[in-house]
Design a binder for this molecule. Structure first.
Ligand code: 13P
Length: 270
């Protein structure tokens, strides 16, 4: 999509992506009701899904219900999982294979969210292996990187996210469909979002890593999202930045009107 609006200087043909990470919220019955209402509300508002892609990331147990609903009603929403196993099958109690997610028509899978890095001890090596697993199964990884408040103080704004992305891409050799999400840990669930300028500086540094590791083509086409206390009232500032191509939304993605409004940022934020 090439914008004719001078206030949206995003380069080239990167379609903005607004992604809702539900985390451990909404069971499969609640998911069905939510997805139906979200799709209706966006349709009623005349949302053009080709202009802004809208994705949801429900818990594993919701995925089959969400898939069935989206496919039966031909809803223009896309969806993905919040994690996957680095392995494809075998004795991995509690793990979910990328093959299963691909069978459920998942487009995306979130990898390396800071909550998994911190609470489930996911290292950069595990994240890299999961990225390879996602690509092996035709899933687009949404690779999450971000610094803690302590990292920010010690290393500055982009050193940690840049190092995390470099390591996450260790096993990626060819131009593939990937998404990067910059989520400063200090901004997640805190109500204290990064400023658009802070987000832009780190996202530009992350795009430079993509350029260096995977080449100009991939760097140009890869969407880089900002995440951390995104709301309908601050999305516009982020989307004005040339290297921010969307948002990974947590809490606000569970509020139907608020999430729909974030998806429709072009209508009210400029
Ligand atoms: P919040 O939007 O609730 O800050 O969460 C961001 C996040 O972690 C999305 O993955």
């Amino acid at each position: 999509m090439v914008s004719t609006d001078n206030s949206t200087p995003r380069a080239g043909a990167r379609t903005p992506l607004i992604a809702g990470n539900w985390k451990m919220n909404l069971d499969h019955l609640q998911a069905i009701a939510f997805v139906q209402k979200l799709a209706w509300s966006l349709k009623d508002a005349g949302h053009n899904f080709a202009d802004v892609e809208a994705a949801i990331f429900p818990p594993f147990t919701d995925l089959r219900s969400v898939q069935t609903l989206i496919s039966a009603d031909k809803l223009p929403l896309v969806f993905g999982a919040q994690d996957l196993s680095a392995a494809d099958s075998g004795a991995y109690t509690g793990e979910i294979s990328g093959q299963f997610l691909a069978q459920l028509d998942c487009t995306y899978v979130i990898i390396g969210h800071s909550e998994r890095r911190m609470m489930h001890a996911e290292t950069d090596e595990v994240v890299a292996a999961k990225v390879v697993a996602a690509l092996r199964h035709g899933l687009a990884p949404v690779i999450c990187v971000g610094e803690t408040a302590a990292d920010l103080k010690e290393f500055g704004p982009s050193a940690v996210p840049v190092a995390q992305l470099r390591k996450a891409l260790a096993g990626v050799t060819s131009a593939s469909d990937i998404v990067v999400a910059y989520e400063p840990v200090w901004a997640i669930g805190s109500g204290q979002a990064a400023t658009p300028e802070q987000a832009e500086a780190v996202c530009a540094a992350l795009r430079a890593v993509l350029l260096e590791v995977l080449g100009a083509d991939v760097a140009e086409k890869t969407r880089i999202l900002y995440g951390g206390s995104v709301k309908s009232t601050n999305i516009g500032g982020f989307m004005k930045q040339p290297n921010v191509d969307g948002a990974l939304v947590g809490g606000a993605s569970l509020d139907l009107a608020e999430f729909a409004s974030i998806i429709r940022f072009q209508k009210h934020a400029f």
